[in-house]
Design a protein around this ligand. Structure first.
Ligand code: DGJ
Length: 551
């Protein structure tokens, strides 16, 4: 992974219909990833940026008119970013002829609504299929060959083993990135790019096209073998175990090196997709080098390759993706189940967590606290954001979470690199937990208040959310926190008097980055000075807590 701080071109191209970009004195660096202390952060206009986003339904952004009524709903939910698809078919309706009207319009409207964009390149693949390829590609299946199934039938999926497929996709993607650079190279409305969407093969574990069969019997490519050799001690345990079980061979075909079976077909396909998508990303980055990632459909319990997207950017094949597609900055999970498990799988020192798709509703408005607080996620993005229920419903509940997190964002981003943020999500199997943060252990349990019903029109959080919270240690005895359904007590972790008392507990808000105090809490609201109650109904905002010690 490369973390860069490249300086963008100062060239300002005027594009019909786009509002003028801000004329800054000095060009600001283009959006990029940077390792800062314990965290990898997305830097936008020179500052860390927390992506509080939602992904539109697949085809919402294919019509600017349709989007007219969507933009205001997004801003009312306190989103700062929208994930929107760009379809290859619409971008390049005939070969070599590009239509940028939609992309220009999306950037223009996002700017008008003070939103950033993560654009999703629906090029060769979207959910394994190629339904967003232009019809001049689809119709010419001799020139642009398909994945073949083991039973001999074709599918509407471009094969990743075809150079013609890769070249055509890369040319279109390069044109897209060139355009984004022309119209947005200074304003940085577009902050990241997802290349393709949930790739892999189903229902077989691999492609059986002529090209794929030939590659399958050949030697594992030398550059992958070299990567395995040079990263032998740090490989993902799953991959290392497969190589070990087959005898740590230095060369051989795929089955010689990794053993026979569907799991090896998954690794074989992962290498091919990584190679192909890496080349597409490389062509795009040559025009405009925004951070680029790939997203994965995850594995449902006990599913085998081919039941799940075989060859997709799964955590267990992260080394294959890194070796095959080093142009890609990270792999990202689309998390619809086992949220905590998948966060842990993708949060690695060499792979920052970003969640481009997730369940919304009551799950989403809790999960975002955990991902950002505990796993330093670059951001969070429920899928189908334009379909969330409106006033008093899911949209309000997510809006409340995003309102709080956008107020806390400067503190979160300042403290992530110092390891001074944490997130909690209690589940049936973990009804309580201890958390070490700053100089204290936080003893956290569910308070049972989360099921209090809220009236219609309430914006005080979803009653069905799992107990959740975010905690930031901002000083030796000072914490900011927010969440719902939790009771918290503190135990000191450093030498000195052994009991922690609550010195002050304040409700409040950040307004223009300044803490504005609301009610001061003691007595019944703090268990007579013994505990903090994070409760979206009684204390819907942020709490500032200072502690002292006594014996
Ligand atoms: C995952 C895909 O990546 C999305 O494009 C969309 O199809 C959702 N699934 C639908 O749940």
């Amino acid at each position: 992974m490369r973390f860069r701080a490249w300086i963008c071109s100062t060239l300002l191209l005027s594009v019909a219909g786009l509002p003028a970009e801000p004329q800054s004195q000095a060009p600001s660096p283009i959006p990029h990833l940077e390792r800062r202390g314990d965290a990898t952060q997305l830097i936008v206009d020179g500052k860390p940026f927390l992506v509080l986003a939602g992904e539109l339904y697949n085809n919402s952004a294919t019509s600017l008119e349709y989007m007219n009524s969507v933009w205001p709903r997004l801003t009312s939910m306190h989103l700062n970013t929208v994930l929107a698809a760009v379809s290859w078919a619409q971008l390049e309706p005939s070969e070599g002829k590009f239509d940028y009207a939609l992309v220009d319009g999306l950037i223009r409207e996002a700017r008008v609504h003070n939103l950033r964009l993560v654009l999703l390149w629906f090029g060769s693949w979207k959910n394994t299929w190629s339904s967003y390829a232009p019809d001049w590609v689809k119709r010419n299946f001799e020139r642009f060959p398909r994945v073949q199934l083991s039973n001999g039938s074709g599918t509407e999926r471009l094969t990743p083993f075809s150079q013609a497929n890769c070249d055509a996709d890369a040319r279109a993607f390069a044109a897209l990135m060139r355009r984004i650079h022309e119209v947005d190279g200074e304003a940085h409305t577009v902050i990241m790019i997802q290349v393709e969407n949930e790739v892999g093969v189903i229902p077989d574990a691999r492609d059986y096209s002529v090209q794929a069969n030939a590659a399958h019997s050949q030697q594992v490519p030398g550059d992958l073998m070299e990567y395995l050799r040079s990263h032998k001690e740090t490989l993902d345990p799953y991959l290392r175990a497969k190589w070990l079980a087959a005898g740590f061979k230095a060369s051989g075909n795929w089955e010689t090196v990794f053993g026979p079976g569907l799991e090896t077909d998954d690794l074989f396909m992962a290498w091919r997709y990584a190679r192909y998508i890496g080349k597409v990303a490389e062509a795009g980055k040559a025009q405009y080098s925004l951070p680029m990632y790939v997203n994965a459909a995850l594995i449902r319990p006990s599913f085998a390759p081919g039941q799940y997207n075989s060859g997709g950017p799964l955590a267990h094949s992260i080394d294959i993706w890194r070796a095959g597609g080093p142009q890609l900055d990270f792999l990202a999970p689309d998390i619809y189940f086992e949220f905590k498990h998948w966060c842990a799988q993708y949060d690695r020192p060499d792979n920052p967590l970003f969640i481009p798709e997730a369940a919304g509703g009551s799950a989403g408005d809790a999960n975002v606290f955990y991902a950002v607080g505990q796993h330093k996620s670059l951001g969070f993005s429920p899928f189908g954001i334009d379909g969330l229920d409106g006033v008093g419903g899911e949209a309000d509940a997510l809006g409340r979470s995003y309102d709080i997190l956008s107020q806390l964002a400067p503190l979160i981003l300042e403290n992530q690199p110092k390891g001074r943020t944490a997130g909690v999500l209690l589940e049936d199997l973990t009804p309580a937990q201890k958390l070490r943060l700053g100089d204290y252990t936080l003893n956290i349990s569910g308070s049972g208040t989360r099921r209090i019903a809220l009236g219609a029109g309430s914006s005080q959080g979803s009653p069905a959310s799992a107990p959740h919270g975010i905690f930031i240690a901002t000083g030796p005895d000072e914490f900011y926190m927010a969440g719902s359904g939790l009771t918290v007590t503190f135990s000191p972790d450093t030498p000195g008097p052994s009991i922690a008392g609550l010195a002050t507990v304040e409700e409040g808000r950040f307004v223009d980055g300044q803490w504005v105090r609301g009610r001061t809490l003691a007595g019944d609201d703090t268990g007579q000075g013994n505990s903090i109650s994070l409760d979206a109904v009684r204390h819907p905002g942020i709490l500032r807590v200072t502690l002292y010690r006594y014996r």
